[in-house]
Design a protein around this ligand. Structure first.
Ligand SMILES: Nc1ncnc2c1ncn2[C@@H]1O[C@H](COP(=O)(O)OP(=O)(O)OP(=O)(O)O)[C@@H](O)[C@H]1O
Ligand SMILES: [Mg+2]
Length: 641
């Protein structure tokens, strides 16, 4: 079984028990080495339930489980392979009862909005002086940073030296107390509390350590301090057994700095475990040389992380490795990509061998439309399609109640979004009145009879809302274009303002980009009904078969995966590198590594595309594209000499 490994890979797989670090560039077989290491341990007599392997994304975890099943068949039963959060969640539910404060096994996990609400409450209740201009999402980021460094509120408070950190530490204390009262944890807590559980309860630690004799971690470069502490604890030597920790990673692919991961963690491994065996892999089995050269061309300008050179093991097939395309705008780009994929499919390529990668999630919209028009099956795995996202569904609900007054579901969805004082009891009242009048909610609420029996305040709120809806419907019945209507509705409903308020949170600023993208889509239609109809068709793609479909993913989601043919869309300044990164310390460096990740997903062919206009903004080609072109010319010249 181990004959298919090269000598460095074999050295890593068969290394003596102890800490082992494999550091190597993309496609050099790190994940493969990790799976073979597991097979080797089992071969040497380890039982499968003594092995735990950790990855970062759900997708990577399921990929790892598949590889293990392929390699080991039945013997893979009993192995634990999952994300940090999945593994910690399981441990906590088993052991938290009565051990950590008042937590019980049925604790809830708070994420996103729920966290923001708690932070906001804590901020509202704060009586001291508050630093200027700080909003809940920023404060939450600071809290998350404390947690990723394993600082409890008291320590965070002691270490805080400036007013902002002092304030954040105070909010952190209240936020944490509120979580505990609600028997709830956030994602950071899952790691921190698991650590605490094991560190403070030796019975649990003993049990877990005696079960999991071997700990393996993939994508090690994206580990944060808390996760590292947990790995260190889990893998501690027991009795006569040395520390069995096996880590594989590539500093060039560290792309979770924004979540407090720190690639220097790779150096910490050999510092903390001086007895560690370190293996480097130099051969790449995924990509042909031209693709590796392009990836190197981008990484050689990296300041923080030195570029590694890799040699391709595979020979280049007689098709061009790199195709670069310039499109007039994002729509033309999507059409060009769909057309190019259509050509590939007509020559017999399978659609599952093709992936399209992009920097930001909203960019899938244009691509989805173009693929659908070209009748190319596609799938957005692990990610809701553009039209399934919450902001988009909200925005569409506004349009639907205008186009179709009978659409009660849509009316219910946004009647109180953003909050406009039409609460649940008012809605119940209106609904029963509507039933009595034999009218749909969206029509009944325009009638005075429906307001009878409401408090003055409530009927005021309803009449304000009804007046708006009426006005919008009037606009729509004229020849007002869908795009203008969308704009008006988002403004007048207060929805745009609600989203803008939170612009500095990365998730929320995604929401703004989504709304902008929806406006672009609306601009492609002259009638509201036609626009809504097209979307309905798009969201009802019967072809949900993922086995043979072009894969659409963000670059973050593509880490660790590979396809023979990869399209990277939007290689533009402001797109990749993302405009946010241009003003952040180390921002562009992280984008560079992200670009490296994108390029190294491809085996045979890489299509790089940029548009001169995106969401109606002028865009210049990405500096990374320049890096590739310049390096290509240098090499060509060198050859000519
Ligand atoms: N010795 C080998 N012989 C043949 N194929 C190999 C060998 N080693 C790795 N491969 C193949 O090369 C490809 C890349 O391997 P793998 O995904 O393990 O690399 P990786 O270092 O984990 O990449 P990434 O950094 O992108 O996560 C896979 O298709 C794998 O099966
Ligand atoms: Mg890998």
């Amino acid at each position: 079984m181990f004959d298919t490994l090269n000598s460095e890979q074999r050295a890593a797989v068969m290394a003596q028990l102890g800490p082992v670090l494999v550091k190597a560039g993309a496609g050099s077989g790190k994940t493969r080495v990790l799976t073979y290491r597991i097979a080797y341990l089992i071969d040497q007599g380890a039982s499968s339930d003594s092995i735990v392997s950790v990855t970062f994304t759900n997708k990577a975890a399921s990929e790892l489980r598949t590889r293990l099943r392929d390699l080991l068949g039945k013997r893979s039963r009993g192995l634990t392979a999952g994300t940090f959060h999945a593994i910690c969640g399981k441990l906590l539910r088993q052991h938290i009862n009565g051990r950590i404060r008042n937590y019980t096994a049925n604790f809830t996990i708070y994420a996103g909005d729920e966290q923001l609400q708690l932070v906001q409450q804590a901020m509202d209740g704060y009586t001291g002086r508050m630093p200027h201009d700080l909003e809940a999402p920023q404060v939450l980021n600071l809290i998350s940073r404390f947690k990723s460094r394993m600082q409890p509120p008291t320590l965070a408070r002691q270490m805080a030296s400036d007013p902002v950190s002092q304030y954040a530490a105070a909010i952190y204390r209240t936020y944490q107390r509120q979580l505990e009262r609600s028997n709830a944890v956030d994602f950071d807590d899952m790691i921190v509390l698991t650590y605490k559980l094991l560190f403070e309860h030796h019975d649990v630690l003993d049990e877990v350590q005696s079960r999991w004799a071997h700990v393996l971690v993939d994508e090690y470069q994206d580990t944060d301090s808390a996760q590292y502490a947990l790995l260190e604890l889990l893998s501690r030597p027991v009795a006569h057994r040395p520390r069995s920790l096996f880590a594989v990673g590539d500093a060039q692919q560290s792309i979770y700095g924004f979540r407090n991961a720190d690639y220097t963690i790779i150096n910490r491994f050999t510092r903390d475990f001086p007895e560690a065996q370190v293996v480097e892999l130099l051969t790449n089995y995924r990509s042909r040389q031209e693709i590796l050269d392009a990836a190197y061309a981008v990484m050689r300008h990296s300041v923080a992380v030195p570029a590694l050179t890799l040699k391709a093991a595979r020979r280049s097939p007689p098709v061009p490795a790199l195709v670069i395309n310039e499109a007039a705008d994002d729509r033309a780009e999507a059409d060009a990509i769909a057309k190019s994929i259509g050509n590939l499919l007509s020559t017999g390529r399978r659609s599952k061998d093709i992936a399209i990668l992009y920097r930001s999630r909203h960019m899938s919209r244009g691509l989805e439309t173009a693929l659908r028009q070209a009748r190319i099956p596609y799938s957005l795995k692990g990610q809701a399609g553009f039209y399934d996202r919450r902001v988009i569904r909200d925005a569409l609900a506004f349009l639907r109640i205008i186009a179709n007054p009978s659409d009660s579901l849509s009316m219910n969805r946004i009647i109180n979004v953003p909050a406009r004082g039409i609460g649940a009891s008012t809605i119940a009242h209106l609904t029963s009145k509507a039933a009595a009048l034999e009218l749909p909610l969206g029509e009944a609420l325009l009638k005075r009879e429906a307001w009878e029996g409401l408090s003055d305040r409530a009927s005021q709120m309803v009449s304000d809302w009804a007046r708006k809806v009426y006005r919008w419907r009037k606009l729509a019945s004229g020849s007002y274009p869908p795009e203008g209507l969308l704009q008006t509705v988002l403004q007048e409903s207060g929805y745009q303002a609600m989203i803008e308020k939170d612009w500095n949170d990365p998730e929320r600023s995604d929401a703004l980009a989504h709304l902008e993208e929806l406006r672009v889509a609306a601009g492609e239609h002259t009638s509201l009904v036609a626009f809504l109809q097209e979307i309905a068709l798009l969201t009802n793609v019967e072809d949900k078969d993922e086995r043979d479909a072009v894969q659409l993913l963000t670059i973050h989601g593509a880490k660790g995966l590979e396809w023979p043919i990869v399209y990277v869309a939007g290689l533009e300044e402001g797109t990749l590198p993302h405009e946010r990164s241009l003003v952040e310390a180390g921002g562009v460096e992280e984008e560079r590594r992200l670009c490296y990740v994108a390029l190294t997903r491809a085996g045979e062919q890489l299509y790089l595309s940029h548009a001169k206009k995106r969401q109606r903004n002028q865009r210049n080609p990405s500096r990374f594209l320049d890096d590739i072109l310049v390096y290509g010319r240098e090499r060509a010249k060198a050859k000519a000499f």
